[in-house]
Design a binder for this molecule. Structure first.
Ligand code: KMH
Ligand code: ZN
Length: 308
């Protein structure tokens, strides 16, 4: 097995709220600077959401995405991936708008509808900076993250039309079977690029056994036609990411999924988290893949084919 592992950095996301940490990048300039620093620290790919520059609220405004994608592209070779998960409560149209406009090399694609419970985080926030934050977390008690077969079908067709590789976000084993359905429909080309996600309340829990369940199921369904990455939300980010790397997978780290560098110590940047994973890989005799190696492994269309 080659020693290179893709480190994918999820820079800001739509899960955490600004009151949880002063280090969450919010404005396009902050998101771009953090993404570039993460790439310099060893990330081959970055996964990007936008936030309203004044309030930090998740935003689907393509202008914001265009702003930070342009800044990153001007300074870094890193592979840029754009979310189609967006922020909680956005419509499928809103979630697709930035990908439609910018036609990135990668975009996330969430492979099934799930409950998405962020409300337990409320117990750990002493005071709020912005009005929207408490309600955003609270409403997830009754929120379904919608990704119906029709939604996925539509998104897959759009991504195929613009040559963007889907990063298949799977929060449970059933999502692998949903993916197999779309492979049968001819809507996906190998290598299929999977994110095995553990630890979102509503999806499968974080454990080595569940990671192996993902992998053995994907082996059965997709043979050697797939490439995979581990996303373990919260405190399991580094440990299960390491297990994944040892097994041959890529690793996702970043402030979208985890705010802490170690117990009780906030990560001061995304680069902090990338650098830690890079150190772990090196200790294990592995190394971080370059953006060029990631492009080759995932068979991406290349930066020149994007609109930024
Ligand atoms: N927030 C992660 C658990 C997306 O952006 O499409 C999954 C994610 C989804 O990154
Ligand atoms: Zn995301």
């Amino acid at each position: 097995m080659p020693p290179e592992r893709i480190i994918n950095c999820a820079v800001t996301g739509a899960i955490h709220v600004p009151s949880q940490t002063p280090y969450l990048p919010i404005t396009p300039a902050q998101i771009a600077a953090d993404a570039i620093a993460a790439a310099d620290a060893g990330a081959a790919t970055v996964h990007l959401h936008a936030r309203h520059p004044d309030t930090g609220q998740p935003s689907s405004d393509p202008e914001l995405f265009a702003d930070f994608c342009g800044r990153i592209a001007a300074q870094s070779e890193v592979v840029i991936g754009i979310t189609t998960g967006g922020g909680l409560g956005m419509t499928p149209e809103q979630r697709l708008a930035a990908v439609q406009r910018l036609q990135p090399e990668l975009a996330s694609l969430n492979m099934g509808s799930i409950n998405f419970g962020l409300f337990p985080m409320k117990d750990r926030i002493a005071s709020y900076q912005h009005e929207w934050e408490a309600e955003y977390l609270e409403m997830t008690r009754d929120f379904v993250f919608r990704n119906t077969f029709r939604d996925c079908d539509r998104m897959l067709r759009l991504l195929r039309d613009v040559g963007t590789k889907p990063e298949l976000e799977c929060y449970d084993i059933g999502h692998l079977y949903n993916t197999a359905h779309f492979v049968d429909q001819g809507l996906l080309e190998p290598p299929f690029w999977f994110q095995f996600i553990m630890g979102v309340l509503g999806g499968i829990g974080p454990s080595v056994e569940n990671l192996l369940h993902f992998k053995t199921t994907a082996d059965r369904l997709f043979g050697s036609d797939y490439v995979w990455s581990v996303l373990a939300a919260g405190k399991h980010e580094m440990s299960l990411g390491t297990v994944g790397a040892v097994l041959g997978g890529a690793v996702r780290v970043g402030l979208e999924d985890n705010l802490y560098l170690s117990k009780g110590v906030l990560a001061r940047s995304n680069a902090d988290l990338v650098a830690k994973m890079q150190r772990i890989l090196n200790e294990l005799g592995l190394q971080a893949a370059t953006p060029a190696q990631a492009r080759q492994l995932l068979r991406l269309k290349g930066r020149s084919q994007t609109r930024f």
